[in-house]
Design a protein around this ligand. Structure first.
Ligand code: URA
Ligand code: CA
Length: 433
């Protein structure tokens, strides 16, 4: 088999066979095919697209390019939730203990944040002592015993995807539905998921800026899941503004505690209930979505969800007492209000730019090597659709530096006030098999 023939075949709009896809992924991963040939193929895929058969083959070829996590020792159906990334997206922190409280096993592999989006591990590390360095045996045992554990990303999962993603980044081929969908799905499958619940974000803070793009991506991933034997569903949710009020690591842990008690922000609570209901049904712990939702609300109200969060933190070395005393979380030295300069209604809170404002404060990383400050971040005081008077706080800045002028400027540039505005719809669509 020759790479040049595979490139020409795709260039001319023909369907590649599974053998051809396996060949190029395998040989590229070990360094037998040069970047320039793979670049040409990626560009051909960008223009010619991939069929369902090719997408499924591409996904599984990437899964098989490296290590895979075998979760078969964990009892029950392992449902993994994946978000395409957002700002102040506290959902995983809430969902993991929440569905575990209903005996849905959560064996979660998580990452750190980069750029305007945060990472679940960073947020959890705001809890003193918490760590994700578990052996595979401990991880499996914890999930079997208490239904929830989180580990860090293993080094050699989907190496083909790592190489391809880096190459796509410098060859103008990131924005391709078959390439994005196979990239995301390969990582979930390699991490051992039996069923996958996708939260595809749409809007300014999201990877997909329009509903149409988000829906295309969601449908592509659901179809791949179906074709490779993993039950998959997707929720398309709004990320035109940040989710909830808190953006920043310790601030989001506090927000998660409130939400687990049923006292969280309306949008975050609703998204958690929508995604959580799907997960509970996928894991066969409820007959239908209505029953699942009622059960989730019940464990929020009766304290079981919060208790599960405490147990999960303590199992991984964390100080569980923070669930009852969140003031023990890292605290910023200064709280600085950002007052509104106009009156009317908040009409826009540009999510990615507000995420960058939090990053500048030190809540996130500009590069992988950056250290983050777990205490700092932003608390929105208004959301889109809220009425506001001159002088009322729009945002509270939590900072360890007194000088926050650059952050304030960015906030003013990215929160708009108009004569009228309405609250955006949170869940745009649900895509199932
Ligand atoms: N996120 C991924 O994991 N892969 C892509 O290709 C794009 C976004
Ligand atoms: Ca939040």
């Amino acid at each position: 088999m020759r790479m040049v023939d595979i490139i020409s075949k795709k260039r001319d709009g023909h369907e590649l066979t599974t053998e051809e896809i396996n060949f190029f992924i395998k040989e590229y991963t070990v360094g037998n095919i040069p970047d320039y040939q793979v670049s040409a193929l990626l560009m051909a895929i960008y223009f010619e697209d991939m069929t369902d058969q090719e997408r499924a083959a591409m996904t599984m070829a990437m899964v098989n390019s490296g290590e895979t996590i075998d979760l078969s020792a964990i009892h029950g159906i392992k449902v993994d939730k994946h978000s395409t990334g957002g700002v102040g997206d506290t959902t995983t922190l809430v969902l993991a203990p929440l569905v575990a409280a209903l005996d849905v096993p959560v064996a979660k592999m998580s990452g750190r944040g980069l750029g305007h989006t945060g990472g679940t591990i960073d947020k959890l590390e705001a809890v003193k002592g918490f760590h994700v360095e578990l052996t595979k045996d401990d991880f499996v045992e914890l999930v079997n015993r208490d239904k929830v554990a989180v580990i860090g990303q293993s080094g050699n999962l989907t190496p083909a995807d790592k190489k391809l993603y880096a190459l796509r980044d410098v060859t103008g081929t990131v924005d391709s539905i078959p390439l994005i969908a196979s990239s995301i799905m390969s990582k979930k499958i390699a991490a051992g998921a039996d069923a996958i619940c996708l939260d595809v974000k749409t809007g300014a803070g999201a990877f997909m800026k329009t509903d149409e793009e988000a829906e295309n991506l969601a449908k592509a991933m659901v179809r791949i899941g179906h074709n490779v034997g993993r039950k998959t569903m997707a929720v398309i949710s709004d990320m035109s503004q940040p989710l909830g009020y808190a953006i920043g690591n310790a601030l989001e842990v506090k927000e998660a505690i409130d939400t687990l008690k049923g006292e969280g922000p309306e949008d975050l609570t609703e998204l958690v209930l929508v995604l959580g209901s799907q997960m509970v049904v996928l894991a066969n712990q409820a007959e239908n979505l209505e029953e699942a939702r009622e059960k989730l609300i019940a464990v929020m109200k009766n304290g079981k969800a919060l208790q599960k969060f405490k147990q999960f933190l303590e199992n991984q070395g964390g100080d569980g007492s923070i669930v009852d005393a969140p003031e023990k979380l890292p605290q910023a030295k200064y709280q600085i209000e950002v007052p509104a300069k106009d009156e009317g209604f908040v009409s826009e809170i540009v999510a990615d730019e507000i995420g960058i404002a939090a990053m500048i404060l030190g809540a996130g990383r500009a590069t992988k090597e950056d250290e983050i400050d777990l205490a700092v971040g932003l608390m929105l005081r208004k959301k889109v659709g809220d009425a506001v008077k001159i002088g009322e706080p729009l945002v509270t800045i939590f900072s360890n530096r007194e000088d926050v002028e650059a952050v304030k400027t960015k906030i003013y540039e990215n929160i708009r006030i108009s004569d009228e505005a309405k609250t955006p719809t949170l869940v745009h669509k649900i895509i199932t098999e």
